[in-house]
Unconditional design. Structure first.
Length: 159
């Protein structure tokens, strides 16, 4: 954005400022500052416009320092959350690979047994119905990781 020159008045003092902010924003700032200085001078008869301006500056600078501290704290939290998310993703991948390995090993162990049963069965025999498998109790950590994947829009399938 290009810088523009503004003629403003704060607490009766004419100033020329240069800003890259839009006019509406600058005028709103000037209006708020002027109002605050006038309130301070009206409430304390012995304070001058300079005293009021310094009090405003101290208040705004205090707010700025506090906001910067909050921003640093939030950035640190975000970094921590990001590190945890990366760790959970890596753990999720490791658990999926382990689960795939376990499922692959179980499938290989069942395959020869099924072939032997098929060879022994008579052609006219009806296939046996398998009993439903007992539900496997899910690991809470795996459930959390799956929920994170769902929130991130991942299907859980490897590409």
């Amino acid at each position: 954005m290009e810088k523009k020159r503004y003629e403003i008045e704060v607490a009766g003092v004419q100033l020329a400022i240069i800003s890259d902010e839009n006019e509406e924003f600058v005028l709103r700032l000037v209006e708020n500052l002027d109002k605050e200085i006038r309130e301070i001078t009206a409430s304390t008869k012995r304070s001058s416009n300079l005293d009021a301006a310094i009090l405003c500056a101290l208040g705004y600078y205090s707010d700025k320092v506090k906001a910067e501290k909050r921003a640093r704290n939030l950035e640190a939290q975000i970094s921590l959350y990001d590190a945890n998310l990366r760790r959970f993703r890596e753990e999720n991948i490791a658990l999926r690979e382990k689960l795939d390995a376990m499922a692959g090993g179980a499938a290989e162990a069942e395959a020869p047994a099924e072939e032997a049963e098929t060879a022994e069965a008579a052609p006219e025999a009806q296939p046996e119905e398998k009993a439903p498998e007992a539900p496997v109790k899910e690991d809470p950590r795996a459930a959390r990781l799956r929920a994170i994947d769902e929130l991130l829009g991942r299907s859980g399938k490897k590409d």
